[in-house]
Design a protein around this ligand. Structure first.
Ligand code: NAD
Length: 478
């Protein structure tokens, strides 16, 4: 096997995003003899990766990049050069939901993937292992094989599926110590050799019993299944939270009791305003589409419900805010604490904050928004963007300039809450647990409302101060 004899593997990763950047930085750190190039068509992203201000915020990432950059880790826009020189090409481009045409609102948009595959075929002069790092629909490898092999000029391409399971906010920790690494390949001698080559890379730091090798379709489907199961847990507990509010049960107590069952386990059972992020909704929609295409509408409906509950949870939260504040928030200042889709990331893709803010703006609230990692430009852009409705795939109207004037972005929780009628916590940033709530209360209009969309505050303490508190899934203030 030439890869093993030479021990001089060159890796290239197409796509320097939330997955490509951190994943390749960790491979470079753990495999000093391997040269890793991360390439992207976005000049601004590559410039940022080569600067002191990396394009993404991820705890621990700066240190890893600093240790390897310029030694065996390179960021470049010269996509073709690095792809043609590589033995292993990871493809980690974005795979969003299609917004028009066949499958709009559900199917994955594989445009970026297809153009990457065609480019690989065009520029390759030597045999390559092509690794699906992006999350793709099951059977994508078959399409990629067709594109590569019909353009191959006699070159041998082996396709592997190696989905990424990192979570934003803990990416570096997840990459250093993954629960498992999954590698799927063809059951041919060439396919098995390719699996071995990739397994050798990960075996530099991942215990071999955590490296799972499967056929291509199992690996592709496992990634969709894992995200669907995770999102389903959140929707399950959120569905319970609505029932808790109606009955006087407390969702934290219910989660604790349920999670003690070792068959269920305690993780990922927190109730909230809903899940966000670029993956859960997109991957479930993708799964729904695949089920429909395979003549399995009942299975499709089962998974669709996970997203419906998530949408319902966001609507329920907005309705609760408005109804608590005497049925109108028109002209009232509401402080929004947290905009990112979860703590320890600056990522706002599909964050529930967008829906909650839009709901409140629709009722003419004045919003004062603070997030430690999201800047004003990003927030204004997110709120001004057309919302794509997966259930009714038509574009809604963009926000009017007047609604944008209703939004003020500030750099401090105290400034955000000053003179506010209500406070709304939408991201579970640690700093929101230790704010001086007495000071906040003193500077707010009365009655002072607090709506905790992440169950981070100590309700009893806040009630003692004088706040009217609404926490998801908890008994209500009378
Ligand atoms: P991203 O949008 O941050 O990054 C994708 C990058 O690919 C962009 O910088 C884009 O410019 C680049 N790109 C697109 N087409 C290209 C081309 N032809 N040549 C070169 N560069 C190109 O996306 P991401 O969050 O890193 O996600 C990538 C994939 O990984 C998706 O399929 C996603 O579902 C999956 N995934 C994401 C996460 C996550 O937490 N973000 C976790 C696991 C898996």
């Amino acid at each position: 096997d030439p890869l093993r004899i030479l021990k001089m593997v060159k890796i290239c990763c197409i796509g320097a995003g939330y997955v490509g950047g951190p994943t390749m930085a960790v491979i470079a750190l753990k495999c000093p003899e391997i040269e890793v190039a991360v390439v992207d068509i976005s000049v601004s992203r590559i410039t940022a990766w080569n600067s002191d201000a990396l394009p993404i915020y991820e705890p621990g990432l700066d240190e890893v990049v600093k240790k390897c950059r310029g030694k065996n880790l390179f960021f470049s826009t010269d996509v073709e050069k690095h792809v043609s020189e590589a033995d292993i090409v990871f493809v980690s481009v974005n795979t969003p939901t299609k917004t028009q045409g066949l499958g709009a609102g559900k199917a994955a948009d594989l445009t970026y993937w297809e153009s990457a595959a065609r480019m690989i075929a065009d520029v390759s002069k030597s045999n390559k292992i092509v690794v699906e790092k992006s999350t793709v629909p099951v059977k994508t490898a078959e399409a990629i094989e067709k594109i590569l092999n019909h353009n191959s000029k006699g070159i041998d391409f082996q396709i592997l599926s190696n989905p990424e399971f990192l979570a934003e906010g803990t990416a570096i920790q997840d990459l250093f110590n993954p629960d498992r690494v999954l590698i799927g390949g063809r059951e041919t001698p060439g396919g098995q050799k390719a699996i071995e080559a990739l397994r050798d890379v990960y075996a530099h730091w991942v215990p071999v019993d955590r490296i799972i090798c499967t056929n291509l379709w199992s690996a592709e489907l496992s990634k969709l299944a894992a995200n669907a199961f995770l999102a389903q847990r959140i929707s399950s507990v959120n569905a319970m939270s609505a029932l808790c509010e109606a009955t006087g049960a407390d969702v934290s107590q219910v989660s604790h009791a349920v999670g003690k069952d070792t068959r269920i386990g305690p993780k990922f059972l927190n109730s909230s305003v809903g899940f966000g992020g670029s993956c859960f909704q997109k991957d479930i929609l993708n799964l729904v589409y695949i089920c429909e295409c395979n003549g399995l509408p009942e299975v499709a409906n089962y998974w669709k419900q996970v997203i419906k509950i998530n949408d319902y949870q966001k609507t329920r939260f907005v309705n609760r805010i408005v109804s608590s504040m005497f049925n109108t928030v028109s002209g009232k200042k509401i402080a929004i604490l947290g905009f990112a889709f979860k703590k320890d990331t600056g990522d706002t893709r599909e964050t529930p904050a967008i829906d909650v803010c839009k709901g409140l703006l629709g009722d003419k609230a004045l919003l004062s928004i603070y997030d430690p990692q999201v800047n004003e430009e990003q927030i204004q852009r997110d709120l001004a963007m057309n919302k794509f409705d997966w259930d009714h795939p038509v574009h809604l109207q963009p926000m009017s300039p007047t609604s944008i004037k209703q939004v003020n972005v500030v750099w401090d929780a105290y400034a955000a809450t000053k003179d506010a009628h209500g406070v709304c916590i939408l991201t579970e940033w640690d700093e929101f647990k230790t704010l001086d709530y007495q000071r906040i209360y003193d500077n707010m209009r009365k009655p002072a409302f607090i709506f905790d969309g992440r169950n981070v505050v100590d309700e009893a303490k806040l009630r003692a101060i004088g706040f009217i508190v609404y926490s998801i899934g908890k008994p209500l203030d009378q």
